[in-house]
Design a protein around this ligand. Sequence first.
Ligand code: NOJ
Length: 562
Amino acid sequence: MERKWWKEGTVYQIYPRSYADSNGDGIGDIPGIITKLDYLKNLGIDIIWLSPVYQSPNDDNGYDISDYQAIMDEFGTMSDWDQLLQELHDRGMKLIMDLVVNHNSDEHRWFVESRKSLDNPYRDYYIWRAAKADGTEPNNWESIFSGSTWQHDEQTDQYYLHLFAKKQPDLNWENPKVRQEVYDMMTWWLDKGIDGFRMDVINMISKVEGLPDAPNPEGRKYASGGDYFMNGPKIHEYLREMNEQVLSKYDIMTVGETPGVTPEQAIDYVNDDRHELQMLFQFELMDIDSGPGGKWNVVPYTLTDFKRIMSKWQYGLGRGKGWNSLYLNNHDQPRMVSRFGDDSTYRLESAKMLGTLLHTLQGTPYIYQGEEIGMTNVKFDTIEHYQDIETHNMYNEKVHQEGQDPAKVMESIYIKGRDNARTPMQWDDSEHAGFTTGTPWLQVNPNYPQINAKQAVSDPNSIYNYYKRLIQTRRDNLVLVYGEFDELLSDSETFYAYTRTLNEERVLVILNFTCSDQAFELPKEVTYQTAELLISNYEVDPAQDIRNFTTRPYEARVYRLN
Ligand code: NOJ
């Protein structure tokens, strides 16, 4: 397998609004990020992914861009951004930017023009349609943020398509002018020296011709149109064109966000021969607890469900077929330790165990800000304390339109709401966790006196210092980067265990996913002379025979087998 920096590196995602506020306005900013670069370098981070910092009215916190080539005023200036890039490069770190081109903002100048008249030169930059003969929306698709995907516009008495919020009109990728504008903009950023892109919902840019109604067996007001806009008919044509015109000219990293993609489909995006992207963010694990009613309809799952998904992707993109991206949370998902671990009694142990998983599977690990100190989900008393548009739209629909019990809806927000991940970064135990001297745009999680970076950096037993060792261990052992994955004990509801093999080298990983002591027995087929402990989240007796031993709650061990 070909060695690549983006396979060997560790990525850290920054959600700028919540990271570090330098000027006391309660909103994180670029100068704030710059003050934290040594913290990140010390952790061992190679690559920063910056969520959008572009000019935006912030209906969806920057994922609604009104100017792709300007920095949001609240975040600073272009010269602050230039300094950020320089300071990262000076430290030997790389920067990847968020590319949001499925849609932009209704305040983008293209849309301001587009909506003016039917014959405006920008009309065809977006997807406009007339009402159906019966006067209803052009089709029945449901927006990912609730309600219809169509918004009526008085000016021309037509509707425009928005898969997300109504202030996020979808761009019309059928129009070659739109594609050229996007490629030119990407080239402009790459020529400024960035090291790649994370591409927002990139598998939604090609819609099925005719935009047909989605099946609606339950007779709901709107229906999921995913099959008509995810992995659409021209997606690979567009990505190859983008690759040929832009991406192939630079030594960069690309990761596409692609909900609803299977490993088979993923190969078509990331296999080297395809000349499209390098990695994808797939959602199978993120959807593990979503019921028939979607993400807010939370259902239980088992460890074997969890492992089946993870292992399927390991095999699916392994052995040279592609390359995995590995993540357990991000700015759209609940906190990893609250969701897959235990955020009370065994917070330290389970966060370290999950971190061990992240850094020992095959793929590039992505750490989301605050994960490295074990930040947890949050519970605010009332909906008013939440800021996220997806959360509010859902709450309004379920409580005010459908009459559901508000307490029940709040429960689902506590488990799945995006603001769980967006509470300000907890830097220390001073007021507002040291995030701001002003009033934070979203309240700080009240557990900051115990959970904060200052404590974590100075405590040798912290999650932060364990992550530091994990990153170093992966760096020192190429078998952890490139080695082939083989699962052990796949039926176990207690352990996730696997080996990684690269030529003569082999590593064994044992993870206890439960909150109790569990007897571990190594399958007979795993033979070895000596087992050398590389890392563990507990004290381990080096002389212990690992064929049979008792693991402690959420214990994680990684051995090199000789
Ligand atoms: C995915 C992003 O990660 C999310 O935050 C955003 O709301 C949607 N795409 C729309 O851009």
